[in-house]
Design a protein around this ligand. Structure first.
Ligand code: GMT
Length: 378
């Protein structure tokens, strides 16, 4: 198939899923055309069957806000026509589903049929799309999509409920390439000493440091853990709450025990170094970061929100807590980190969950089947 993919190409989970999906589909022989504002960050540019079409935005002094949506719709229509795309797959509804709808209508006027699929990821439904300024048009974009997928059952229910739509939504959960994300003893032996001394436990948090991730809770939990046992923390990612995290780390006296790594491309090499992940988010429609850690043999301490329970089975492959309960998260992290038998069992269970239920090999087949289903509709 010839598939156009649009996403936010920066460091969000929806962009990661879209890019990894494109890479996996290209590896299976499909022609993938990324139509985005910049090159998706996980692309190396060396992959076969992958093409990148940058959306150029024309700036004019009259425009207080240059109309990116129009430039994107125009580029989608152009690429679809020039490269004879079979379908467009847009990730994150706002504004991508509406841009795809515009592109589809532009081409329909010229006798070209371009179906499009929207994948809902999270705040496009739970936050941004719910704002009155976006709700009606987001609902319209979803309803006009030829196919809609959501990354968890939770998000599907939430969409039906919040947008009052009856349209069928296919649940296709997040995935991870279990060959790329896996425990690597050689790499651990080589790299871990750079982050933790022998005898120290290593915790990790990976996010885009937005308020929804509650990075402050990560620091609070870690400070309690570090008071109880020798430990270090790797913070991977960057975003608006980074300086708050730095300030809090200083206030709690743990700044020297934290590696602020910023944005990293090779998280698959860093995650396996850790013993435990912290993901105390206010909301996660799924929790891709936890899945990536689990595939690397690292269980997560997370919050019982959104679709997280579709990934983490409390007490088996990770631990779940109420949002903000940093005391319980810390005490349970300490108990787990000092019980090597239980920790090892949880690490094994985490890796098994990723392998058995969320491996790219299984989930990509679901996307391919769904594409065919949408294309075969009259
Ligand atoms: O915050 C978002 O909703 C956007 C998105 C992103 O681009 O970071 O994150 C969501 O998509 C991920 C990939 O599908 C999910 O694993 C995350 O749980 C989800 N984030 C939230 O729901 C907050």
């Amino acid at each position: 198939m010839k598939i156009g993919i649009t996403c936010y190409p920066t460091y969000g989970g929806s962009g990661v899923v879209a890019t990894e999906l494109g890479i996996e589909l290209a590896a299976r022989g499909h022609q993938i055309h990324f139509i985005t504002s910049s090159a998706p960050f996980r692309l190396t540019g060396r992959e076969s069957n992958i093409h990148f079409h940058q959306v150029e935005i024309f700036h004019y002094p009259l425009f207080e806000h240059p109309p990116y949506d129009l430039a994107l719709a125009t580029r989608m229509a152009e690429v679809a026509e020039f490269y004879e795309l079979d379908l467009l797959h847009v990730h994150y509804a706002v504004p991508h589903s509406v841009c795809a709808y515009l592109a589809k209508q532009m081409l329909a006027a010229r006798g070209i049929h371009l179906p499009f699929i929207t994948t809902l990821h999270g705040t496009d439904i739970t936050l941004v799309g719910l704002d009155r300024s976006y709700l009606p048009i987001t609902r319209f974009g979803i309803e006009q999509s030829d196919g809609v997928t959501a990354i968890s059952s939770y998000l599907r229910e939430r969409t039906h409920q919040a947008f009052q739509i009856t349209k069928a939504i296919e649940v296709i959960r997040n995935f991870v390439n279990c060959d790329v994300y896996q425990p690597r003893p050689d790499l651990i032996a080589e790299l871990r000493p750079g982050y933790a001394s022998p005898g120290e436990k290593l915790l990790v948090h990976l996010s885009n440091f937005r308020p929804v991730k509650r990075v402050g809770d990560v620091i609070e939990v870690f400070a309690r853990v570090a008071r109880a046992l020798p430990a270090r923390l790797m913070l991977i990612g960057d975003g608006p709450d980074r300086s708050t995290a730095e300030y809090l780390a200083r206030r709690l006296g743990v700044q020297d025990r934290i590696h602020f790594l910023g944005k990293q491309d090779n998280v698959n090499e860093l995650l396996p170094l850790a013993d435990l992940m912290l993901m105390p988010s206010e909301m996660e429609s799924f929790g891709l970061a936890a899945l990536e850690a689990m595939a690397c043999h690292v269980p997560a301490i997370a919050t019982r929100v959104g679709g997280v329970a579709e990934l983490i089975d409390d007490g088996t492959n990770g631990l779940l807590f109420e949002v903000g309960d940093v005391e319980a998260m810390a005490q349970n992290a300490i108990a787990l980190l000092t019980d090597s038998v239980r920790l090892e069992a949880m690490r094994d269970a985490a890796r098994c969950t990723a392998q058995d239920h969320f491996c790219a090999s299984t989930i990509i087949t679901r996307y391919e089947a769904y594409y065919r289903q949408v294309l075969e509709r009259p």
